[in-house]
Design a protein around this ligand. Structure first.
Ligand SMILES: Nc1ncnc2c1ncn2[C@@H]1O[C@H](COP(=O)(O)OP(=O)(O)O)[C@@H](O)[C@H]1O
Ligand SMILES: [Mg+2]
Length: 293
């Protein structure tokens, strides 16, 4: 269990990146969604013990991050894949993981080899393991990143926007990999792409402006948009009147808009079952206009 209470972070020059967050995170995959600038990276770096909060307390499996000993004990249980993991271009995957394992204190050579072989297998990079990392695709690099985070079998894994820049196929593959790794551990996964968490996370928080504005299941977030999701088909003109356009689809007969809100009688609107993305967009727009969600 990870317990966060009254956490705030004010950067120099007064940017309030985290604004009084209290949260408990249990076992399994936990999704952290929010637009760019919401504070996701700041929040994750604080939980990873890399950044000091301005105020608040964090306990990771009973270890309080305030004390040096607590931080060391928490870090021993942690795997972290930062948003911008630097890979050494001339090392191959095996050498890179070997180096990271040594940094993590996995000093027994045989144990290290066994772990690295298993992880390379798990992330499907065994065949490419002897190729320099500079020849890897974006998806392969991310998989090396997750292998690195899994070294030492940590109970907590933090992954920051791991699917950014991946093509759809790589994204699905990466998501499945994380879902497998979530068995028996806590994975905190941040993303600004809601689709990334729709299948895998049973618990999520949505952040905006340094605050948690939603905490709960994907189903309950979806339910918030029930009755507000519609499709409107026009000859191309965009629906207006306070509607939020979530997506568009070109049809032979016109353009189908998926919208959130209350369409007036000028539109031939058909109600649809909301998706997680609808729920998320609904939440964000409600907050924008100041209407309580
Ligand atoms: N080192 C820093 N110094 C000052 N402001 C920062 C720093 N890092 C991030 N910020 C600001 O804090 C806010 C949250 O940023 P961040 O945690 O990176 O959000 P996210 O990961 O959700 O995009 C943003 O307004 C960002 O500009
Ligand atoms: Mg970020």
């Amino acid at each position: 269990m990870i317990t966060i209470s009254h956490l705030s972070k004010i950067y120099r020059r007064g940017v309030k990146a985290i604004d009084d967050i209290s949260l408990e995170i249990g076992t399994g995959m936990f999704g952290l969604v929010g637009p760019n600038g919401a504070g996701k990276t700041t929040f994750m770096r604080i939980i990873a013990g890399l950044l000091k909060p301005t105020t608040g307390e964090i306990s990771v499996f009973g270890h309080n991050l305030r004390s040096y000993a607590g931080k060391q004990a928490a870090k021993a249980q942690l795997g972290y894949l930062p948003q911008d993991l630097g890979l050494y271009p001339n090392l191959n995957a095996y050498e890179f993981l070997d180096y990271m394992a040594i940094l993590k204190g996995i000093t027994g050579g045989a144990d290290r080899r066994r772990q690295i072989d298993t992880l390379l297998e798990q992330v499907r990079l065994t065949d490419a393991a002897k190729r320099p990392l500079k020849t890897y695709s974006g998806g392969m690099k991310r998989r090396v990143g997750i292998a690195q985070a899994l070294l030492g079998d940590p109970r907590l894994i933090i992954v920051d926007e791991p699917t950014a820049g991946l093509d759809p196929e790589e994204r699905i593959r990466f998501r499945n990999l994380l879902a497998d790794a979530a068995a028996g551990r806590t994975i905190i996964l941040s993303t600004h792409i809601v689709e990334d968490i729709s299948q895998s996370c049973s618990d999520l928080a949505a952040m905006r402006g340094g605050k948690v504005i939603y905490r709960g299941s994907p189903q309950d977030l979806i339910a918030q948009a029930r009755g507000s999701a519609w499709t409107i088909t026009t000859q191309g003109e965009r629906p207006n009147g306070g509607l939020t356009i979530v997506s568009t689809l070109q049809l032979a007969t016109g353009v189908q808009y998926r919208v959130l809100g209350s369409p007036d009688g000028n539109y031939d609107a058909a109600p649809v079952e909301p998706s997680l993305e609808d729920g998320y967009m609904w939440l964000m727009t409600q907050r924008e206009t100041g209407v309580p969600a």
